[in-house]
Write a protein that binds this ligand. Sequence first.
Ligand code: AMP
Ligand code: ZN
Length: 482
Amino acid sequence: MDPIRAAVRIYDSARREVVPFEPLEPGQVRIYDCGPTVYDWQHIGNVYRYVVADVVRRTFEHLGYRVTQVMNVTDVGHIVEDLDQGDDKMELAARRERKDPQALAKTYTDRFMDDRRKLNILDPHVMPKATDHIPQMIALIGKLVDSGHAYVASDGVYFDVSTFAGYGQRLNREGIEAREAGARVAVNPNKRHPFDFALWRAAKPGDLQQWDSPWGRGNPGWHIECSAMSMHYLGETFDIHSGGEDHLFPHHECEIAQSEAATGKPFARYWMHVYFLMVEGEAMHKSIGNVYLLSDIEERGFDPLAFRLQSLGVGYRSHMDFTWRGLEDAQRRLEKWRSSVAGATLSVAAPAGVDPSDPIRQQFVAAITDDINTAAALAAAENAIKLTNSPERADQARGLGLLFDMDGILGLGLAEWAQRSTAIDDEVRALLAERDAARARGDYARSDELREDLRRRGYLVKDTKEGQRWERIPIKAGETDR
Ligand code: AMP
Ligand code: ZN
């Protein structure tokens, strides 16, 4: 795509409307995505949220921006239920699994990264771990204490929300009063105001993760981690901060209050929140038994990229309803696309270059720059697929060029697929040609024989309206490949 020709519009949760995106520094986009708490497997709702973050990053890169994408790893400080009295999720899991918290963090971070790569999610440019940034957090808390925005209590250091005008009202749609009623239930007597939140927690006896600080040994609060790491890597003011809709309050409101109180400058300039993935219309819940992992999808024989395609079919600002039926449809669609791409790749010398004024390309760019409207972008991709199925070679080449270009954002691996599936040896090519000829002269017995021969070699041949199509399949154990 042309560098930075297309203006991007995104929904900003603070302004509560779709607004033109203008980076702080021309040509550069700095993004902070709230990352996982690595105490357990990440479920499909979690990974879906990172598919969305990946599409956002790819969109800016594809438009020619230089992007710095930071995604943290929370390996301390995330408290169950977001209340300051709860237990640390890492601590609980380490005890449950009888592991050192850092070994636990490594296990689940590795699993998460494996899942991301299976979904073609690009690695963030920086992936800071909270436990590697304790000094930055202590420095930030020190600034808040010194300026009177935070106070020291017997069980830790708290942010005083009364010192920050409009606390909890930037993103929080429910309003602070509604939240206040709920928060009263568990008021900690060490807090001056129920909404004050812990920046630093005094260590409890036996805490597996604890550090020295000017306020005694302890561990950091989850909110301060994200402020410290985002500002450390991206500056006090940066472009985009993203999270799930659960972060609107309190996590991001706390980040805003403590960051802006400490620096006196605006913190993130655009806030993006991904709505939750539901399963068959319900929130995922252990008690319902509907908390699925990417491995469950694979075990049922689906390609992880079918899940990616399914995720792209909804806008990130509405709830994605995951259903197995929907995943089957996505898998079929992906296979159809792959076979169209493989077929066209075999038939043309090379994909055509993309004409910037090509209406299908313009349709795609208009969709993706309209608040990352992936569902509409898929409709444009579908138009390009139609071209690859045309009998005209010029159409096929144009379709391929468009698709490979779009796939820089969609991330379905179509170009790699085409390359892999066309890297066939001459023998297979000859068998395919012979089968085509056998069909043309009506010799179906021979054509079936050749189909079986090709299947044993790992090529599934199908006859379609557009002619013979094939795709690579795994070779079954016990069957000879040569
Ligand atoms: P956690 O590891 O619990 O901090 O969650 C990691 C990320 O996944 C956070 O950004 C959450 O907002 C997000 N998340 C959690 N559940 C869902 C869901 N069902 N759908 C989409 N995102 C989710
Ligand atoms: Zn965060």
